[in-house]
Design a protein around this ligand. Structure first.
Ligand SMILES: [Zn+2]
Length: 120
């Protein structure tokens, strides 16, 4: 697993334990299937209007642009959401999203909740 920022890398241990587990899972799958480590571009972000769960240590962004093909992205997002449920009473929320926030590029956003767990 690689990090865009050294500061984020040093703070990984302070993030939610389930986020760490899922990042390790995605990294292993990516290495196994696509022969490349994931690149985490954003972990903790200061609290702002749009920082959301990043401010709480419950989210990570993974590079996709010039990194994964569309099929690879689809497979990664599908596998993560097949393995983990974000919060069972709120099934409209997913752990992994492929999205673009205004002013940013497309990326895989991973988020966890205290209720996030493996499905089986
Ligand atoms: Zn994000």
């Amino acid at each position: 697993m690689q990090f865009k920022s050294k500061i984020d890398e040093s703070k990984l241990q302070e993030t939610h334990k389930m986020l760490q587990e899922i990042l390790n899972f995605v990294d292993k799958i990516s290495l196994l299937m696509f022969k490349k480590e994931i690149l985490v571009t954003s972990l903790f972000r200061p609290k702002t209007d749009d920082s959301g769960v990043h401010a709480l240590g419950r989210a990570a962004d993974i590079r996709t642009v010039d990194y994964f093909t569309t099929k690879q992205i689809t497979v990664l997002v599908f596998l993560i959401n097949s393995m983990y449920v974000y919060d069972a009473p709120r099934l409209n929320y997913n752990v992994a999203l492929y999205h673009r926030v205004e002013g940013n590029t497309w990326h895989i956003h991973i988020q966890v909740h205290d209720n996030t767990k493996i499905i089986w």
